[in-house]
Design a protein around this ligand. Structure first.
Ligand code: 2P0
Length: 351
């Protein structure tokens, strides 16, 4: 038995949606009730680094394993297993076509993953996590898979992960096929299309969120009337306006849709029965600060958005750094506001 260890590493970035994914039409295949659109952020600050290795010498009885931020992590869940199964079957097809290839698909996998930001605090850690996991194994298996194909696989791990396989401005098209083969991401624009764009991440809390996205969105689909309105009209309109705003680099439109869509998403959470609250008082203070900044500027120069947690992401353009970041610095200095530190405030570039 060969004890050769095969290994591949990759990083994947975080993405922050400006038109939010919230709701599944098929929980098993992880198919969404609506399309969504996000901006992929700089890997210098927010990223998952994953190394995948396999070897015939790894103990078969131990099976596959994942070390996440130094701790053993459970990978027996159906969604992780779906990703591993898809990747193995693609590798097995290559091995069947070329018998000279080592039978990596039959070896146990060891995965080691590290985030350089708080895990599961509503900072899209599952997006970067599954994108990195899928790409690391695809690289290890030398699969000739395009980012679109990898996004189809990553989607089954975590919906938002399909958007982290691309840089810049990325749409996840919900698709309409029952088997999900058309539910994947595509790039709307490169990051370089809008070089002025920045995102400020305000870490209000690094604690793990109370209600997971998966169970939260299932409760929303089951109980919220407002949600039906959101997927029927609000999101399709927001997608169309957002794509046009990005194409035209129209920040005011971009900002309006970003803020409206975040508000709409959190309103459907509040309309869920029992209600789900992700934002807290500090989050709401950040909204007021953005409103004050925009009022002073006489136009929208900053746009807030919140995911399934209290942390704020503020989009702005580099030329407005002083008005936006300067104001947050001023507001935050010496104030007792949750976990905010001046050091947490820096503009991230789309990547
Ligand atoms: C998004 N979120 O579009 C939205 C906004 C949270 C709020 O995608 O169940 O972790 O793994 O498919 O991808 C978070 O949901 O959910 C999410 P699963 P995921 O970014």
């Amino acid at each position: 038995m060969s004890d050769k260890v095969y290994r591949a590493s990759t990083t994947a970035p975080v993405n922050i949606a400006v038109v939010k994914y919230w709701g599944k039409r098929d929980a098993k295949l992880n198919l969404p009730t609506n399309s969504s659109l996000s901006v992929t952020l700089s890997q210098a600050d927010l990223r998952t680094l994953t190394t995948a290795s396999c070897s015939a010498s790894f103990s078969a009885s131990e099976g596959d394993s994942l070390l996440l931020n130094g701790e053993p992590s459970d990978i027996s869940g159906a969604r992780t297993q779906a990703c591993l199964r898809e990747l193995r079957s693609r590798r097995a097809a290559l091995e069947a076509a070329d018998p000279s290839l080592p039978k990596l698909s039959t070896y146990p996998l060891r995965l080691v993953s590290e985030n350089n930001f708080p895990t599961a605090a509503g900072l899209a850690s599952s997006a970067a996590g599954f994108a990195a996991l899928v790409r690391a194994i695809a690289n290890l298996y030398e699969l000739p898979a395009s980012p679109s194909e990898l996004s189809l696989i990553a989607r089954q791990g975590s919906g938002s992960a399909c958007r982290s396989l691309f840089g810049g401005y990325v749409a996840w098209r919900m698709g309409d096929k029952a088997d999900g083969t058309d539910s994947m991401a595509d790039q709307v624009a490169e990051a370089s299309h809008w070089p002025d764009m920045r995102a400020l991440v305000l870490v209000v809390s690094a604690a793990k969120k109370g209600v997971s996205s998966s169970s939260g969105m299932q409760q929303t689909v089951a109980t919220s009337g407002l949600f039906r309105e959101r997927i029927a009209t609000v999101v399709p309109e927001n997608m169309a306006i957002m794509e046009k705003a990005i194409a035209e680099k129209d920040f005011e439109k971009f900002a309006e849709v970003t803020m409206r869509d975040s508000n709409s998403f959190h309103a459907t959470c509040a309309d869920t029965y029992p209600p789900i609250f992700y934002m807290n008082d500090v989050s709401r203070a950040a909204i007021r600060a953005v409103e004050a900044i925009n009022e002073k500027a006489g136009k929208s120069v900053a746009a807030y958005t919140f995911d399934a947690g209290p942390n704020a992401v503020i989009y702005y353009q580099e030329k407005d750094t002083e008005a936006v970041v300067g104001t947050f610095y001023h507001v935050l200095q010496g104030a007792d506001i949750g976990g905010w530190k001046s050091a947490d405030i820096k503009g991230l570039k789309p990547t």
